[in-house]
Design a protein around this ligand. Structure first.
Ligand code: PBG
Length: 345
């Protein structure tokens, strides 16, 4: 026995943080951040066709759905206590103006009506962007693309901001007419929130709210989404409208503009790479905040888990908790359904 060598010397500290970590009960009592179903917004991809539940390869467990499968899906999500879905449409036809986005019988207006019918209490958020609808995959009208003849001194390939705002106004009113509860402009165009607010109000949709993608960086983490939504740009990237991930002061300017233009909820995206910005937005503004845990964040965790390198449930819940702790009131996440099941045991 070498007990004599263990020179145990109990000391007296005023504070021993470990005292509060001793038991599961204590740990639960002092936990500062908890997740609940109402924190989540679930993204849904909807495409034309029938009887489709097409897996998205880089996003295990996520699918593209056809309209006829939506009612059942909506009731399942509603039944889990998830309060909201955000919709992405994959139209059958694309053109230079993304006209399927503002067609009253386009895929999303149809989906909104179906969802509202099936689960009236489920909040329907319409992601408002043109990249899924344009033939070149950019988030609006491109200067000197086919059929685009604006008298402008801007270079070819430039995304025309103000003409695109007109289309955003139109599409937002069409989606509101179909029953959308909330519009979520995600194109990072100048003036998009004000333009949409004005159009909604002018057409009697004062009650339809706007969740602005206020800070959205040009991120590599959207990779799997572009496969899911078929929205990869045919030339260039989105850096002429999405923000440089290096810029924090600019992010705060973007937020200030959206607040002034009438945003109801401020979103930061992607979530984990921008926790510092999310936290700053939370501290400086009183509006509700949202964060988008994007496709690449979801894919990374799944890929590592599939290799046996990470525990999926543990790491997904840790990520979601960190996003909430940093200041998100709500989280758009592909883990919504899993998380609710994990939370309930
Ligand atoms: C549309 C849009 C994108 C995402 C949400 N809305 C793609 C993009 O900007 O390229 C990405 C979501 C994700 O990666 O999960 N503009």
């Amino acid at each position: 026995m070498r007990n004599d060598l263990l020179q145990i010397q109990e000391q007296t500290f005023t504070s021993r943080p470990r005292r509060l970590r001793q038991s599961p009960a204590l740990r639960r009592m002092v936990r500062e951040t908890t997740l609940a179903p109402e924190n989540f917004i679930y993204p849904l991809f909807i495409q034309e066709g029938e009887d489709i539940q097409q897996p998205i390869s880089a996003m295990p467990g996520q699918f593209r759905w056809s309209l006829d499968k939506l009612a059942k899906r909506a009731r399942e999500i509603d039944g889990l206590g998830i309060p909201a879905v955000i919709l992405f449409g994959i139209p059958a036809e694309k053109d230079a103006f993304g006209s399927q986005n503002y067609h009253p019988y386009g895929i999303i207006p149809q989906a909104i009506r179906t969802l509202k019918d099936a689960a009236p209490d489920l909040l329907v958020i319409s992601d408002m962007c043109f990249c899924e609808y344009t033939d070149h995959g950019h988030c609006g009208i491109i200067n000197q693309a086919e059929h685009v003849h604006y008298d402008t001194h801007l270079p070819a390939g430039y995304l025309l901001n103000d003409p695109t705002l007109d289309l955003l106004r139109r599409a937002s009113v069409v989606h509101a007419e179909a029953g959308a509860d909330m519009i979520a402009p995600s194109g990072m165009l100048d003036g998009m929130v004000g333009a949409i607010r004005g159009a909604l109000d002018a057409y009697g949709f004062q009650h339809v709210s706007i969740m602005s993608y206020a800070v959205k960086t040009a991120s590599g983490f959207y990779g799997p989404f572009r496969e899911a939504a078929g929205s990869t740009p045919s030339f260039g990237d989105r850096s002429q409208y999405q923000m440089d991930p290096a810029n924090r002061r600019e992010a705060m300017r973007e937020v200030a503009l959206d607040v002034a233009e009438g945003a109801d909820i401020l979103m930061v995206k992607p979530a984990l790479p921008n926790l510092d910005i999310l936290s700053a937005v939370r501290e400086q503004y009183d509006l509700p905040t949202a964060a988008y845990q994007v496709s690449g964040e979801y894919a990374m965790l799944h890929a590592a888990a599939a290799n046996g390198w990470l525990d999926l449930r543990r790491c997904a819940m840790e990520s979601l908790t960190s996003i909430k702790r940093a200041g998100a009131d709500m989280i758009v996440t592909y883990f919504a359904e899993d998380a609710v099941r994990w939370l309930s045991g």
